[in-house]
Design a binder for this molecule. Structure first.
Ligand SMILES: Nc1ncnc2c1ncn2[C@@H]1O[C@H](COP(=O)(O)OP(=O)(O)OP(=O)(O)O)[C@@H](O)[C@H]1O
Ligand SMILES: [Mg+2]
Length: 363
């Protein structure tokens, strides 16, 4: 029997403070070889600092970093099998695309023929073959981004750390480049750690997502798990649109939890079982809600007043005031209920949802 392989990256008890402010506050995390791991969190929560600690550009106050089972905590950055693509991926404007990609290889003293060969292979990998002689300013934003990626990959790091690699791109280009990134990552099998503050990007790219808040990792799970089973209201709200209703547990009926919320009694199947009287938050995603009275009788219902309807191309988004100053957001595909576009603000509506979809979180 062979032992389990060492994780590509092991972060243990990592801590880093700047002038008394804890930027990274006790992070433990294993990332397996070949993973595409996304770090997600609000501005200033410590994402870049964590990457810089892994790359060796910051020295931790406490804790260790292991790459492939080797402790690199005191190894200088240039001796770590890691490459960091910075938040502002500065290309050298006066160098051609090919020379930009060759830069790290030349500095590492690789023979010229090998540099040429690797640059050509990298440009092909990021689909920029034929553009090697151009300067960065003669490229589109997406092409520049791919040059930066080729440069970061050229030295064949075991681990590639990418700090907001797609932030400078517009939405369409971002989505195209997301597919390109996952294709590259699968082709090379390199372990990628990508920092982003865009939850859609994290959910669509990652094998696992780590959500950071104030220097700590709050949840580390597969994208579907963080979206559908967030550990708390912060994560729920951060990884997508969330209706969070304050409620009180009234009791249990078999596998169903009975909750009083927004002046109504609602049921949640398969929820954890806090004692009656406990204050909870009920998470309902906008796409889990339906407007109209056609739902089965077993579904939960809340009455309200439509206050806004916004057409979004593929979907309608509705705001429904349900009393006590509470508003629910509902998102429905317009192909399902095209007539809903005719609903005028001010109309009395019923919002319904299946008892299986709600999530009960600690208040
Ligand atoms: N060199 C430094 N000196 C002092 N404080 C720093 C330094 N680097 C980072 N910080 C502080 O540490 C905290 C975390 O910063 P970090 O750059 O890791 O955040 P981030 O999550 O990457 O944010 P963003 O999404 O805006 O890039 C912030 O409060 C920041 O001001
Ligand atoms: Mg940052």
């Amino acid at each position: 029997m062979s032992a389990a392989p060492a994780p590509a990256i092991r972060i243990a008890g990592l801590r880093k403070a700047f002038a008394g402010h804890c930027a990274v506050d006790g992070v433990d995390l294993d990332i397996a070889e070949g993973e595409l791991f996304c770090l997600l969190g609000a501005s200033g929560c410590g994402k870049s600092t964590l990457l810089r600690l892994v790359a060796g550009l910051e020295t931790p106050d406490a804790g260790r970093v292991l790459i492939d089972g080797v402790d690199v905590t005191s190894t200088p950055p240039w001796h770590r099998p890691v490459n960091l693509m910075f938040q502002s991926y500065a290309l050298f404007p006066h160098l051609s695309v090919a020379r930009n990609v060759a830069f790290g290889l030349e500095r590492a003293g690789l023979p010229r023929a090998e540099v040429r060969e690797r640059v050509a292979a990298m440009l092909e990998l990021v689909r920029l073959q034929g553009l090697g002689e151009r300067r960065p300013h003669q490229l589109s934003g997406g092409q520049r981004q791919r040059v930066a990626l080729a440069r970061a990959l050229a030295r064949r790091p075991r681990v590639l750390l990418l700090d907001e690699p797609l932030a400078a791109l517009d939405r369409k280009l971002r989505e195209a480049t997301q597919f390109e990134l996952t294709r590259l990552q699968r082709t090379l099998g390199t372990t990628f750690v990508i920092v982003t503050h865009d939850q859609h990007e994290a959910l669509s790219l990652a094998s696992r997502v780590g959500i950071m808040d104030a220097g700590r990792l709050v949840q580390v799970d597969r994208p579907e798990t963080v979206y559908e089973r967030p550990v708390n209201a912060f994560v729920a709200d951060f990884v997508g649109a969330a209706n969070l209703l304050a409620g009180t547990v009234r009791g249990r009926e078999g596998d169903t939890l009975v909750i009083e919320t927004a002046g109504a009694t609602v049921r949640v199947i398969g929820a954890m079982s806090p004692t009656p009287g406990t204050a909870v938050k009920l998470l309902l995603r906008p796409e889990q809600l339906t407007i109209g009275d056609t739902a089965p009788v077993s579904h939960n219902r809340l009455g309200g007043t439509l206050t806004a309807a916004a057409y979004g191309g593929d979907r309608w988004r509705y705001a429904v005031a349900i009393g006590d100053g509470l508003t629910l957001t509902v998102s429905e595909p317009n192909a399902v209920h095209p007539a809903h576009g005719a609903l005028a603000p001010g109309a009395a509506v019923t919002v319904s949802w299946a008892p299986a979809v709600g999530r009960v979180l600690d208040a």
